[in-house]
Design a protein around this ligand. Structure first.
Ligand code: AHR
Length: 498
């Protein structure tokens, strides 16, 4: 099969925001305790982070991390998680029915962010918490000392402000499962109050309002529309999008067409944001923060969600296979193609809970989904280009017609970075890349993720069943590049333009 990708360096979408390579850490299952915080492990540093996990997280290339939830945040009181560790309260946590000892809290999270060069992104409790509690947290994190909460931070060992730049106004507040879930206007009352006080406290902070919890919700778009109308871009710089996908019908061709649905979700929310800006004569519009996305469909039973009475129970322990890795690549390519709308995105989550990394006492495991994330994040930087694709198509059962090629392209000065996925399950593809105004002079580097079995997994016994290989076989001819893509494979390739 032949496919072509026609580009022009002047046909640009927007700068690709580094923050689309974000992650998420929730007090859920083994994500924090036995995950990023394991002080008793022999490999752990003074902050409780294991060296093997630190190396893998660095390699993953995450830029910004959302914390502490998720559903957890809607019952969380941040003051429980600061101060002398021994004096912190152990509480019943209702979102996941677990026990929360509060050993890890704001100061530990900031320390973790600093050690991994992550930008912190905190979500406030607008379920059972008050707008004032949210404002106090901003003061604790961002204010100079001299007033009560900032002084508490100093007392806890951090004289200098944390300067947390990004704050989420609650989590999935349209979901009946959410503690303190309310109808949209009531959410907006809380969010407006919180936003006003939080920005009064620190005008530099950027805020993310809760969009609806996903396209499966009856509230989808109507909720987002109302929230953006009530908040305006002044009180909410971003609206959140969430999506978890899976091969629920055991139909891989269908599953690999899901990029249509991801594109569609982004475009629907973005169209709403533009419409609201137009209606309200707002020169700025609300941008998109896709702050929870991933594959998640296996570990979804009641047992997978119920941590009754335990600290760090095994929850949402999803094992990923090869086709899930291809879908993770599709999410990121969609964010790049929508660089003018999606400014932040967070893979949910980072460790042990629906995560690219698992830990056990002996080591860490890179799941299949680790690789596409790393392949793309390590090539971040630059501007997304528009693409004209010529390629055969197929009609999927659930998501409409798609081209066999799924792709995204970034231009950074003279470097052209092409991400290309062949979703044909049997046929190889030769992809010709042509940049109309500048010849492709040189192939710089490339990686290929390929496997014959879509159900193959990385396991503790066979940890590198799915691993990218370096791509060498690239032909250049008359300023064009030809990339061979095996069936069901994903490549990340960089070229030098003339
Ligand atoms: O990431 C797991 C859960 O999924 C989050 O806590 C919640 O926000 C979403 O429903």
């Amino acid at each position: 099969m032949k496919a072509s990708l026609e580009l022009h360096t002047q046909f640009q979408i927007d700068a690709v925001d580094d923050r689309i390579f974000g992650g998420f850490i929730e007090h859920l299952g083994r994500c924090v305790y036995q995950g990023v915080y394991e002080p008793d492990h022999p490999l752990s540093d003074a902050n409780g982070l294991r060296a093997d996990l630190r190396d893998a997280l660095k390699e993953l290339g995450v830029t910004v991390v959302r914390y502490p939830g998720g559903n957890f945040v809607s019952g969380y009181h941040w003051e429980d998680g600061v101060g002398v560790a021994e004096a912190r309260r152990t509480v019943r946590e209702l979102a996941w029915q677990s026990i929360e000892p509060n050993w890890f809290g704001t100061d530990e999270f900031i320390q973790l962010c600093r050690s991994l060069n992550w930008q912190p992104m905190l979500a406030v409790n607008l379920g059972t918490g008050t707008p004032e509690e949210a404002r106090n947290w901003v003061e604790y994190c961002n204010a100079l000392t001299g007033t009560y909460f900032a002084d508490q931070r100093a007392k806890n060992g951090n004289e200098e402000p944390f300067d947390v730049p990004l704050w989420c106004l609650g989590n999935e507040m349209d979901g009946p499962w959410q503690l303190g879930h309310v109808p949209v206007d009531e959410y907006c009352n809380r969010a407006q109050m919180a936003a006003k006080m939080m920005t009064d406290c620190d005008p530099r902070v950027e805020l993310v309002a809760c969009g609806s919890s996903g396209p499966q919700m009856p509230t989808f778009i109507e909720w987002d529309h109302r929230v953006m109308q009530r908040m305006g871009s002044r009180l909410a710089n971003y609206i959140s999008l969430h999506r978890y996908v899976g091969n629920r019908n055991e139909d891989s061709a269908d599953y690999l067409a899901i990029s249509n649905a991801i594109d569609n979700q982004i475009e629907s929310v973005d169209a709403t944001a533009r419409a609201v800006a137009g209606q309200s004569r707002d020169r700025r519009r609300t941008y998109l923060c896709f702050d929870e996305w991933n594959v998640w469909y296996r570990a979804r039973t009641q047992t997978d969600r119920d941590g009754t009475g335990r600290v760090a129970p095994v929850l949402l322990d999803e094992t990923y296979n090869y086709e899930d890795a291809l879908v993770v690549a599709m999410f990121l390519m969609s964010f790049i193609r929508h660089a003018d709308a999606v400014k932040i995105a967070n893979l949910a989550q980072l460790v042990n809970v629906i995560a690219p990394l698992k830990t056990n006492p002996e080591g860490i495991l890179k799941q299949s989904t680790f690789h596409p994330f790393r392949m793309i994040s390590s090539r971040k930087g630059g501007t997304a280009l528009q693409q004209a694709i010529t390629c055969d198509t197929y009609a999927s059962e659930s998501y409409g017609t798609v081209t066999y090629l799924d792709s995204a392209t970034i231009l950074e000065e003279s470097t052209l970075k092409v991400f290309a996925l062949n979703r044909h399950l049997e046929e190889a593809m030769t992809l010709t890349v042509n940049c109309a105004d500048r010849p492709i002079l040189e192939f710089t580097d490339g990686e290929l993720l390929s496997h014959t079995n879509l159900q193959a997994e990385n396991s503790w016994r066979n940890a590198s069943e799915i691993t990218p290989a370096s791509l060498k076989d690239i032909k250049l001819d008359a300023g064009k590049a030809h990339v061979d893509l095996p069936p069901q494979s994903f490549a990340a390739v960089s070229f030098q333009l003339g």
